[in-house]
Design a protein around this ligand. Structure first.
Ligand SMILES: NC(=O)c1ccc[n+]([C@@H]2O[C@H](COP(=O)([O-])OP(=O)(O)OC[C@H]3O[C@@H](n4cnc5c(N)ncnc54)[C@H](O)[C@@H]3O)[C@@H](O)[C@H]2O)c1
Ligand SMILES: [Zn+2]
Ligand SMILES: [Zn+2]
Length: 369
C-alpha cells in the first residue's frame, strides 16, 4: 500500500516526508495505523548523524500509538482493532532475559532491529521504485502506517487517548520505570531527580507513586522545575556545579536514598552518584551520554555503600508493564496532559526537532488524521 512517511535520507538534513510503499505484514507481524507519535531525542540524535550506529534511508520515529489494522500469519497476541503502544524494547516472553525478572532487555530480535530490518532480515518499506527503506528501532512510527513484530506491541485499553498514550512508548515509561522497576523506591524515602525533561518528570511521578516523602527536582529551567512540582516534586533546585553541596545541605549532610539522572550529561551523572547517601544510596542513570564519554566515579563512594544502576526503558518489560502504567494513568494517578506542549502534523516533523533543540516545551506530538 502507499502511505506517507518521514524518511531520513541524509544525516543532518531535514527528514523528507513523502509517499512510500509499505508491504503487508508477514508471519508474526502486524500492520499498525498510527494515531499519534511523540518526537524524542533519539530520533534527532540519529537524524543529526551524531549516532555512530545510524543508517539511511530509514523511516524514523519510535514514540508511537495506534490501532492494529491487519495481522500476519501466526499472530495471536493482537488482533485488528486493538489499540497499541509501540515498543522499541520488545518482550518475546521466551528468551533468557524475558524469563528473568531482573531485566527487560529482550534478546529476541536485537541484531536485526539494530540494523533496521524486521526479524526475517527484510524491510516492509520501499521507495516507489522498489529500493528498500530501513526500519528504525523496530518501530518507524513517523508514518501513517507501519509494520512491526507482534512482540513489540503493547495492547492498551481503548479508552486511553492515543495522543497521550504515545508518550508511554518511550520517555514517560523510561522515567516512571526507573523509579518503579530499576530503583524500586521505598515509601518514605528521599529522592533527587536531575533533569526535568520528559524522562526526569516521569521519574518524579514514579517516585511519588512509590510513596517517596521528599522529591527534589534539579534542572536549569525554572519553567521545568514548575512542571516538576506539578508531578509531585516537594523541593526544587537550580542545577549547577554546587548541586551536590546543596543536596547534602538539604539532607543533613548524608545525601538522598535514591538519585536519578535524566540529562545525558556525564558531569551530572557524577553528581547523581555523589549526592546519593552513604550506606545504601542508589544512583540510577537514565540519560544517554555522547559517543566516547565516560562516567567518573571516585571508588570511595562505592566502598561506603552507594550503588550505581543503569536503566533502559525504565526496566519496563513492555507488553506487561506499559498496560499497567497506562491503567494507573486512566485511574487518575498520573497527569499526562502537561507533557504535550505542541501538536503537529507529520509534514511538520522537522519543526518538532526545532522545538526540541530550542527546549520549547516537553514533547511535540504528531497526530495523524
Ligand atoms: N534510558 C532510556 O531508555 C532513555 C529513553 C529516552 C531518553 N533517554 C535519555 O534521557 C535523557 C533525558 O531525556 P529527555 O527527553 O527528558 O531530555 P530533555 O532534554 O527534555 O531533558 C533534559 C533536562 O536536563 C536539564 N539539564 C541539563 N543540564 C543540567 C544540569 N547541569 N543540571 C540539572 N539539569 C540539567 C535540562 O534543562 C533539561 O530540562 C536524554 O539523555 C535521553 O537521550 C534515555
Ligand atoms: Zn525515545
Ligand atoms: Zn525476550
Amino acid at each position: 500500500m502507499k502511505i506517507r512517511a518521514a524518511v531520513l535520507e541524509e544525516f543532518g538534513a531535514p527528514l523528507a516526508v513523502q509517499e512510500v510503499e509499505l508491504e503487508e505484514p508477514r508471519r508474526g507481524e502486524a500492520l499498525v495505523r498510527l494515531v499519534a507519535c511523540g518526537v524524542c531525542h533519539t530520533d534527532l540524535y540519529t537524524a543529526s548523524g551524531a549516532d555512530p550506529s545510524g543508517y539511511a534511508p530509514a523511516v524514523l520515529g519510535h514514540e508511537g500509538a495506534g490501532v492494529v489494522e491487519r495481522v500476519g500469519e501466526g499472530v495471536e497476541s493482537v488482533a485488528p482493532g486493538d489499540h497499541v503502544v509501540t515498543l522499541f524494547s520488545p518482550q518475546c516472553r521466551e528468551c533468557i532475559h524475558c524469563r528473568d525478572e531482573r531485566t527487560n532487555l529482550c534478546l529476541a530480535i536485537r541484531e536485526q532491529q539494530n540494523v533496521g530490518l524486521l526479524p526475517d532480515g527484510t524491510t516492509r518499506f520501499a521507495y516507489p521504485g522498489g529500493e528498500p527503506i530501513r526500519h528504525f528501532m523496530g518501530t518507524s512510527t513517523f508514518a501513517e502506517y507501519t509494520v512491526m513484530p507482534e512482540i513489540a506491541l503493547a495492547k492498551v485499553p481503548p479508552e486511553a487517548p492515543l495522543d497521550r498514550a504515545c508518550l508511554f512508548a518511550c520517555g514517560l515509561s523510561t522515567g516512571l520505570g526507573a523509579a518503579l522497576n530499576t530503583a524500586k523506591v521505598r515509601p518514605g524515602s528521599t529522592c533527587v531527580v536531575f533533569g526535568a525533561g520528559m524522562v526526569g518528570l516521569g521519574a518524579v511521578a514514579g517516585c511519588r507513586l512509590q510513596g517517596a516523602e521528599r522529591i527534589v527536582a534539579v534542572d536549569l529551567s525554572e519553567d521545568r522545575l514548575e512542571l516538576a512540582r506539578g508531578q509531585g516534586a516537594t523541593e526544587t533546585l537550580v542545577g549547577g556545579p554546587d548541586a551536590v553541596e546543596r543536596i547534602l545541605e538539604l539532607t543533613d549532610g548524608f545525601g538522598a536514598d535514591y538519585t536519578f539522572e535524566a540529562t545525558g550529561n556525564v558531569a551530572v551523572m557524577r553528581q547523581a552518584v555523589e549526592s546519593a547517601r552513604m550506606g545504601w544510596g542508589l544512583a540510577t542513570m537514565c540519560g544517554v551520554a555522547g559517543k566516547g564519554e565516560t562516567l567518573d566515579v571516585v571508588p570511595r563512594y562505592l566502598i561506603t555503600g552507594r550503588r550505581v544502576a543503569g536503566s533502559s526503558f525504565g526496566g519496563v518489560k513492555g507488553r506487561d508493564g506499559v498496560p499497567r502504567v497506562v491503567e494507573r494513568w486512566l485511574a487518575g494517578e498520573l497527569d499526562v496532559d502537561p507533557f504535550v506542549s505542541h501538536t503537529l502534523t507529520l509534514d511538520e516533523v522537522n519543526r518538532g526537532f526545532e522545538l526540541m533543540e530550542a527546549q520549547d516545551g516537553i514533547r511535540s506530538v504528531i497526530t495523524f488524521s
